[in-house]
Each structure stands twice: as structure tokens, then as C-alpha cells.
Design a protein around this ligand. Sequence first.
Ligand SMILES: Nc1ncnc2c1ncn2[C@@H]1O[C@H](COP(=O)(O)OP(=O)(O)OP(=O)(O)O)[C@@H](O)[C@H]1O
Length: 499
Amino acid sequence: MSKAKPHTLVSWIGGNDLKSTGNTGTDSQALGPLAATLKAHTFDAVELLYNYPEEQVQPYLDWLQELVATPINAQSVSLTSPVNFDEIYIQTNQHLAGLASEGRLLSILLSPGTPAMQAVWILLGKTRYPCRFYQSSKEQGVQEVDIPFELSVEYVPAVRGLGSAKINQLSEAAAPIDAAFDDIITRNPRMLTLKAQAQILAQREVPILIYGETGTGKELFARAIHNASGRAGKPFIALNCGAIPPELVDSVLFGHLKGAFTGAVADKSGVFQQADGGTLFLDEFGELESAVQVRLLRVLQEGTYLPVGGTKEQKVDIRLITATHRNLLEAVANGTFREDLFYRVAVGVLHLPPLREREGDLSLLAEALLASFREQDVGLEDKKLSAEAKNLIFKQPWRGNVRELQSSLLRSALWCQGDTISADDIRQSLFQMPEKNTGLLDRDVNKGVDIQELCDDLMRHYIPLALEASQGKKTKAAQLLGMNNYQTLENKMKKLNMI
Ligand SMILES: Nc1ncnc2c1ncn2[C@@H]1O[C@H](COP(=O)(O)OP(=O)(O)OP(=O)(O)O)[C@@H](O)[C@H]1O
């Protein structure tokens, strides 16, 4: 039996809420809209956003938690102004995406906050994150609100004439993600959009190109697309093009006939034939030499190929998904990759961000990966992460992305003596890459320098030191780092996945 989804009330903390700190009474005027709603209706959890100073909010939260038993979680949000639509939209969208990905049933309390905040709630709650709405007023008390229009239905038909950027935006509001995509763990808004786009592509017979650094989940996406497509019952064949010796590439791709070359002792099928009817995933696609690129182009144009040593064209029906960590457009520009082949394979394009740019995903992934180790190995079933271990995980750049996180966590779980994985266990399980972690000023600029990444590395180094020196006080730590205020520091830390 599936578990009931926790019913969560989401709201900003407003000025009228803060004013009611310490009040007693029962009407919404005395308690403020938030407390009045929590008194009038039952929820399993409360998730609050605020952009007032901590000193004002903390006493309110203490008072509210004494008043109601519902567990309350509150998150500070830094806005340059409480009426800045752009910032409110980004913050609330991210917040709701996280909650929705946890499978919660959402209700939004509209009353606290500015009109801009209310407008954004309605926009998101009527499109991407279907929910109930509540409001609280002096005259009417607390009520569930019926908003009698369907933005997604009334608005989408008007969309046909829009450009693709707009359609991409709207695709973010697509139907629930297919179960084939369940293995892709994320609550990051950019990744959630990519999952939704991949699901749309899965239904179409178009070739797909997936960009991304090593370990970002390119093969995971390719498999999910295959499993969600009409070809799901047919083979999914994955091949790493970068790992095949050049003299064998043709044979591995197209197969060979007995006697075609020394060592060809029997007929052998290639990956095109093996994937017939299904999906062929060619990883490290950018590494293929130009002669092979020409032959591939032919298969894509004609749907036929010639096995090595063969004389008869073979017909094949595959969906091609290619992946690369290289910027193929650059390779096209400098002549090392065929432009015509590029446009053939890059019909649906998915660009997977590196783990360090997926705000909100590190802790979610670390916990989920550990849970999967616990499930797979009884020897690991009680392993959990200490707070210090989590902090160390946040500080790593994870250049090998999810794969590196996965293998480091597994090593630390295996090596750790007790049930709690310590920071030392994590430290010992990390791969040391001295030349990347040291000599910030000694890089060879001819090989290209990612200046932003170097700056991020400096921040990752000094922020924890400043926090330690200021006993965790963010305002003081921000001063030590020459930042204007603690919000700037918090924003930096969020961006670097440090909180
Ligand atoms: N979002 C994710 N959620 C859960 N597991 C993930 C996620 N992304 C990647 N993984 C896991 O990380 C590992 C590496 O992923 P995958 O092989 O798909 O990466 P890749 O980009 O194809 O790597 P490479 O370019 O090196 O071949 C796999 O075990 C995969 O299951």
C-alpha cells in the first residue's frame, strides 16, 4: 500500500504575522493569518519563507511552535525588494519544486506577504504545482479559496504561435514525470526542467544529443528516455566510442563477415544490428574520427549500412542517442567534427549541468545513494552520515560529479568502523587531484583557465575558515570575508552548494 502524501502548508511570513508574536486569542486578527490558519486546519508540516531579519523572525517562530504541534520549517530568503517579481519567482519556484519532488500534497496560504508574492503563488499553484489555496481575513476568518480559472488550460491553447524558448518554459509545467525517470534524483529546478524535456523527447522519434561532464548522468538519461519511449520493449545498447581501438571501430559499429580481416574467424554483429528496433547510445561521440563520421551520417540518412567485408546493405531501425563531454559546436567550428552530422544528431539537445551547479542536490543525492547502499548490502544497513561528514561533502568540488560522489560514499561506508560515517572516513575516500587543488596561480593559461571555478575554489576554502573563526556567526564571517552582510554570504554558500 502506498503511504499517504504529507499535506504541507506553504507560506511567506508576513508583517501581520510578526506583529502577533506573543498574542493570545482565537481570531485571525490577534493571531495573524498564519497562526490562525494553523489553528483552523490540520496539516502534517509547515514550510515557511521569510525575508525579515532573523532577530524578528526567531521569537515569532518560537511562539508559533508553542501554539501548534505541526512541525515548522522556515527558510530565510534574500530578496533585494519584497516586490521584485523576478527574485520572488525564482525563490518560490525552487522551493515548491523541492517540496513537489518529495511527493508532498501542497497547500498555499496566500494572505501573508506582498501582492507580488501572492501573484507568484497563484501563477505557480495554478500551473506547475497544483495545490489548494487558503486565505485568512478579519471579516471572513480562514477559508479555502476557489480560484475558478485554469491557467494551464486557458493559456496553453494561445501558445501555438510562440517561439521555442517560450515553449521550453511551458514544457517545464509538463505532466508528472514518467516512472522511467524515477532513478534520476534531483530537486534542482534546472534538472527538473531537463527531466520534463527528456520525457517530451522520449515520445518523439528524434535523435538526441546529451552534453555534460563525466559522471553527470548522461547514460542514466539515455536509458530513462529509452524506457519511456515506444521502443522500451526492444534493446538498449550502449557503446563508449572513446574506448574502441581505431582499427576496430567499423567492426564494432557495423559488424563484420568471417574472413573480412585477420582474426575475423566468424561473422559478428555490430551495435547497429544489436540495437535494431531499439535505442543505440553512443557515448563519447565527439571522439569518432572523420571517416567514421561519414559512414555514420550515411546510416542516419539512408537507414542502411554495410558490414565490414560485406557487399549487401543491411537495413536498420534505431533511435540514436549520442553523448559527449566536449563542446561539439566548437569542434564543428574548428573543423574536427562534421557540421552535417552534428545537425543530424543534435535534434533534441539536453545539457546536463555539473553537480556543483545543481543547488539543492548534494544532500539529497548523498542520502539517496547511501540509502541504496543500505538496501543492496546488509553489511551497510545501519550506515549514516555524521554532520561533519555532510559538511565535508558540501565543501568538495566533485569534479567527477555523481559518479565520484557515489564511489567516494561507497568507499567511506565500507571503510568506516562503526555505523556513523565521519568526516575522516569521507576524507580518506576522496580521490586526491593535487594539480587541480593547488597552485591556483600556476595554471597554464594556454590550456584554458576556468576563472570562475578558481574563484569558487577560493570561496570553498575561505568561507569555512571564516565561519570557524567567527564561531558560526554569519554576520561576523561575512565581515571577515569583506562581504556587505550575512545574506551575501548565505547566497554565495547556497550557490556553492555549501548549505
Ligand atoms: N541524478 C542522478 N540520480 C541518481 N544517480 C545518478 C544521477 N546522475 C548520475 N547518477 C549515477 O552516477 C553514475 C554515473 O552516471 P552516468 O554513467 O549516467 O554518467 P555519464 O554522464 O554517462 O558518465 P560518463 O560521461 O563518464 O560516461 C551512475 O551510477 C548513475 O546511476
